[in-house]
Write a new protein. Sequence first.
Length: 100
Amino acid sequence: LTPDDVNLITTLMTSHARRSTIESARVCEQLLKRVVEEVNRGNEDVRVTTKMYTVAMDAWAKSQRRPLPGSGAITNTNTPSSNNSNNSNSNPISSPPKNN
């Protein structure tokens, strides 16, 4: 690989990360591993950048499907007041419990 190849790989990784799929996250990880292997083989012209690691992590983060805060998919059923629809603590992810 050359430094120009690494620039192209970074661009490809960024493009795949925007797709927000598990498949594209795997592609990002494979591209990152390819560059890391090249560095480990002793290619002094190639550098793994912080951006490459960040893009790979971002791709995995975007690929995961989670319920949105406030969607009602996750509720706190351990408190007596959790049945109250006006209770702001019904979704423990969106706000911390209030101290009384």
